[in-house]
Design a protein. Structure first.
Length: 292
């Protein structure tokens, strides 16, 4: 039996699972079927040595397809509310049992529709389908810690936490704004005040390359740990950065001429910055939901 035939059989066996994932992410049976069909087309184009775990690969691909569809929907300001929840649940009872007790239906979908696309994907894949944050992170193109933050905020909103998204974002804006002011002013003490002592700075390959081309700035490393070390990296920098909302979180963007060149992605816990991700890869930036 050739590999493509094995894949085809594996896809058919996984189709109910993929449909269930897509429906929970999109809230629309028709769109879920479209996402599953697109996943099949991508499987047909995949190289023979590109897949080790077929079910895991299919889950990742269908989630990425759904994330793109959610972002396109947000751009069009469309928020369809699924009215066919019971139909999908009855078709896939095993998956239905895994979904937060019996909280599948129109009421849950209304809440999910209010989440940012990446929040929804992180929450559904982790809390409903039990994927690890390490597995979800490449789908939303964030670190595992940032993905955990997305899911945590989504969970609070789904559970009706009293802290509103606006208040949460206002606090983020305050902290990121303080970081930006301290960085621009070269105020080491003020930077230390907003950074967790164990803060981690991670930079992608494109950010490292850009930094290497600017000898007047401190050299970046793929990973920098500790408040003092991270504060030294940013002291006197970020002068041209501006506040932005990145997949629902407040961050910074360096965007000369309005084109995002570097994204500063923050993870904030208990009022302090615990992780900063520098993203300069243009494909990764294009996949983010950015609002200046």
């Amino acid at each position: 039996m050739n590999e493509k035939k094995v894949w085809a059989e594996g896809f058919e066996a996984s189709r109910p699972h993929l449909r269930s994932v897509a429906y929970r992410l999109l809230g629309s049976k028709a769109e879920a079927e479209d996402a599953v069909q697109e996943t099949w087309l991508r499987l047909a184009r995949a190289e023979p040595d590109a897949i080790e775990n077929l079910r895991g690969w299919l889950t990742t691909v269908v989630a990425r397809v759904c994330l793109d569809m959610l972002r396109a929907r947000k751009t069009r300001r469309e928020e369809p509310i699924g009215t066919d929840a019971e139909t999908v649940a009855s078709e896939d009872h095993a998956e239905h049992e895994a979904v937060l007790g019996d909280a599948v239906g129109v009421a849950m979908l209304i809440v999910l529709d209010k989440l940012a696309p990446a929040e929804r994907v992180a929450f559904v894949l982790h809390d409903v389908f039990n994927l690890s944050f390490e597995d979800i992170a490449p789908i939303v193109r964030r670190s595992a810690a940032a993905t955990r933050q997305l899911a945590s905020r989504a969970r609070r909103r789904v559970q009706g936490a009293p802290v509103t998204p606006e208040a949460d974002r206002a606090r983020q804006r305050e902290i990121v704004g303080a970081f930006l002011a301290a960085s621009r002013g070269g105020d080491f003490s003020a930077l230390i005040a907003v950074l967790d002592p164990d803060v981690v700075l991670r930079a992608d390959a494109a950010a490292l390359a850009a930094s290497a081309g600017r000898p007047e700035s401190p050299a970046l490393a793929p990973e920098v740990r500790g408040g003092d070390a991270v504060a030294n990296v940013f002291k006197g920098r970020a002068a041209a950065a501006r506040l932005a909302v990145i997949d629902g979180d407040v961050g910074l963007v360096f965007a000369p001429g309005g084109k995002p060149f570097v994204v500063f992605d923050f993870v904030i816990e208990e009022g302090r910055i615990v992780e900063i991700g520098l993203i300069a890869d243009q494909q990764s930036i294009a996949a983010l939901d950015l609002e200046f």
